[in-house]
Ligand binder design. Structure first.
Ligand code: PLP
Length: 393
């Protein structure tokens, strides 16, 4: 009756929480173990763990600024998670926007070139919903202008471009382990890099210590999440407005804290399941696309040549721009508008009077369908029905 699907999510098992608990009791060996697992998985030399994806981005930008102190602009796609500009501003830097191609969600290359200046420190590439961007084209532009590139694979852990894992392109990559990402440790962020220089700068940055209460809080949240993400119970958090579920906010009020052993214990087990989790998402996204392929006015992103997406969610673009969501089926808007429309960000924008029509159009027409493991056959049927009705009008 009250069955309700989260827009995204990954199950946390009681055994995951036990692993986290055990690790916190017997010291933090697991932290080093998790870092080694990540380095091995992605074939990189350095890994840093922090309290969130936003914190990971902030730390990286600070490290890059140390290496290029006279540059203070960061190029971002005009449509992405509000966490990304939050991190740039937290690092004390300015945001320069570039448009996206609404067909592929990848940066518009002409617009990208216009966004660069001699003050550009870095370019952040975001692979939304697990769809890889056109890395060859982007890296070519970056190489010509000599800017750093951060490969933000917060939504794309396990996806590849021409056989190479996202997160490993450019100078450094990040992943998020927050709720609603490919795998989760409740909160958490990962930085990976092969650059010794960036790693050396990162090692110098201080993180706030995580205390006993932080650990307790994480365990408590893990237990709650393990229960409430399930469709019979998800209506409960959905009706608690103070949880601000699914809201992407622009805010620099977040900590730069240590990652804990509790999280590493959960993370090590999650990483082992990543392939299987991604396979499941791919299968369900494929079924949804096949089912919706005949609907009028419904489009899916065009995949870039060489891309293997992981479908964290399945974005659909509709011809119509009215409300076509359905919370109970996990069908939601992702980010309500492009970054240039965030009032609080305006003072930090490199304002040059440019427009971002691709980002605007995409933001008005996109809805995301859930692809996680709780989406069952009958949910698929309901989602398909919902959109066949919408497409008839
Ligand atoms: C979620 C997300 C982040 C930030 O991760 P948090 O762990 O939520 O701070 C950064 N970039 C993108 C593209 C994201 O989707």
């Amino acid at each position: 009756m009250l069955r309700s699907l989260p827009p995204s999510g990954v199950p946390i098992m009681p055994s995951d929480i036990l692993a986290g608990l055990k690790d916190t009791l017997y010291g933090n060996k697991c932290l080093e173990g998790f870092k080694e697992d990540i380095c091995r998985y992605f074939g990189v030399r350095h890994c840093f763990l922090v309290s969130s994806g936003r914190a990971a981005l902030t730390m990286l930008l600070k490290a890059m600024r140390q290496l290029s102190p006279d540059k203070d602009e960061v190029v971002l796609p005009a449509y992405t998670s509000f966490s990304v500009p939050s991190a740039v501003v937290k690092a004390g830097l300015k945001v320069s926007l570039c448009d996206i191609d609404p067909e592929t969600m990848s940066p518009d290359i002409d617009s990208l070139k216009e966004s660069l200046s001699d003050k550009t420190l870095c370019l952040v590439v975001c692979h939304l919903y697990g769809y890889p961007c056109d890395m060859d084209a982007i890296l070519r532009v970056a190489r010509e202008s000599g800017v750093f590139v951060i490969d933000d694979a917060a939504q794309a852990m396990g996806a590849t471009y021409k056989g190479k894992a996202l997160g490993t392109f450019g100078d450094a990559g990040i992943f998020s382990l927050s709720r609603g990402k490919n795998i989760t440790t409740i909160d958490g962020g990962i930085i990976i890099t092969d650059s010794d220089k960036i790693a050396a700068e990162l090692s110098k940055l201080e993180l706030k210590k995580a205390g006993f209460l932080d650990r307790l809080n994480l365990i408590f949240k893990a237990m709650i999440m393990s229960l409430l993400l399930r469709p019979p119970f998800y209506w409960i958090p959905q009706r608690l407005p103070f949880l601000k579920l699914g809201l992407s906010v622009f805010s620099t009020e977040f900590g730069l804290k240590e990652f804990t052993g509790v999280q590493a214990g959960i993370g090590r087990r999650m990483l082992r399941r990543l392939k299987q989790i991604n396979e499941g998402r791919k299968k369900r996204a494929g079924d949804l696309m096949a089912g919706l392929s005949g609907c009028n006015g419904v489009k899916f992103p065009r995949e870039i040549a060489g891309a293997e997406p992981v479908f964290l969610r399945l974005p659909v673009r509709l011809n119509r721009i009215d409300d076509c969501g359905k919370a109970g089926l996990g069908i939601v808007r992702s980010y309500p508008y492009p970054l240039d429309e965030i009032d609080a960000l305006r003072p930090h924008l490199v304002s040059d009077g440019r427009n971002f029509p691709g980002a605007k159009e995409f933001s008005m027409r996109v809805w995301t369908l859930p692809t996680h493991v709780y989406v069952q056959q009958k949910d698929m049927k309901n989602i398909l029905e919902h959109y066949s009705l919408k497409s008839e009008v």
